[in-house]
Design a protein around this ligand. Sequence first.
Ligand SMILES: Nc1nc2c(ncn2[C@@H]2O[C@H](COP(=O)(O)OP(=O)(O)OP(=O)(O)O)[C@@H](O)[C@H]2O)c(=O)[nH]1
Ligand SMILES: [Zn+2]
Length: 354
Amino acid sequence: MNKLEELGWDYSVQDIEKQMIARVITVQKNSFRISDGNLEFIAHLSGKFLNEAIDSFDFPAVGDWVEVQKLSGERKAVIKRVLPRKSQFVRQAAGVKTEAQLVAANIDTVFIVNSMNNDLSIRRIERYILSTYESGATPVVVLTKKDECSLDKVTEIISQVEKVAIGVPIVAISSVTRDGIRDLLEFLPPKRTGALLGSSGVGKSTLVNVLLGKDVQHTKDVREDDSKGRHTTTYREMFLLPNGALLIDTPGMRELQLWEGESAIESTFQDVGLLVEGCRFIDCQHDTEPGCSIKEAIEAGKLSEDRFHSYIKLQRELAYEKRKQDQKAQLVEKNRWKRVFKDQKSKYKKRNIR
Ligand SMILES: Nc1nc2c(ncn2[C@@H]2O[C@H](COP(=O)(O)OP(=O)(O)OP(=O)(O)O)[C@@H](O)[C@H]2O)c(=O)[nH]1
Ligand SMILES: [Zn+2]
């Protein structure tokens, strides 16, 4: 009996046997832990795969469906190709070299997790919602640590979040009292794949444990035999919840938050950022526009012109980097589909000959 459906499989492919499909549940450097719903396998990439792969988008990520060749008698497999993705989460690694990195694939719902007790940033939530839509998944905002807030505060925070999360469900929860957990599970029905996104300390691991009903996350005691008789420890990145939903909690998703450059600018230039928010026009160039808070602050001596200029300079650099990355990501995606198409064409040709 094939249990792929239990891993969220809901595609129809004609040209592969189901027996040859599996889902990636953990990615380590060069090996992948995959599951077919019945058994887990340690998998490696085929030589052909390695030869043809160009960038990180070509490689399997957590959540990917892959075509594999299972090795008989062993819990091992060879990955031959990645099946087309429904959604993909990309991390923009800022630095000298710009690189868009794939962190997870085929996520249905992204839970944007924020704690209500401190440093709740509406702008961050707004950005996460954007990245979620860009990935092809659906966002849900989760506000944690409800037990630490008064009802008034909860109501106030929700109304703040609603302003940037238009049409996005908002759920307030407590992992301590379990208040709201059932509401959250409504967005995680059986066979659907969710993922957690949010800063450190907001309560993601605690939530995973509550959803699982046991302490698994971060226990790092899952042992695997790598056939050389050596034991390595790892921890899983995709969980099967008791209700049959799947939940991805990878370090990669955690780091996605985001782009160091952006958060650096936000914390270093908090004062300027606040002023900009006060400008009358959202797209104020702080030049000749009426109601510009920046100009007012400079004139009043509250903001130095130097500081404002270094802020503008950094923003420009970041915008430039981001544009470069976006273009690269687009190109990579275009080439990938070209190859997939070519691949399929050659397959059909072969089939016609037979
Ligand atoms: N009062 C209260 N505390 C919570 C709740 N959820 C988590 N915490 C606490 O918040 C702290 C951080 O929780 P974690 O689950 O480790 O947060 P995380 O998001 O996984 O953080 P990283 O692992 O660093 O990414 C811990 O001390 C938790 O006990 C909650 O609902 N209510
Ligand atoms: Zn302005």
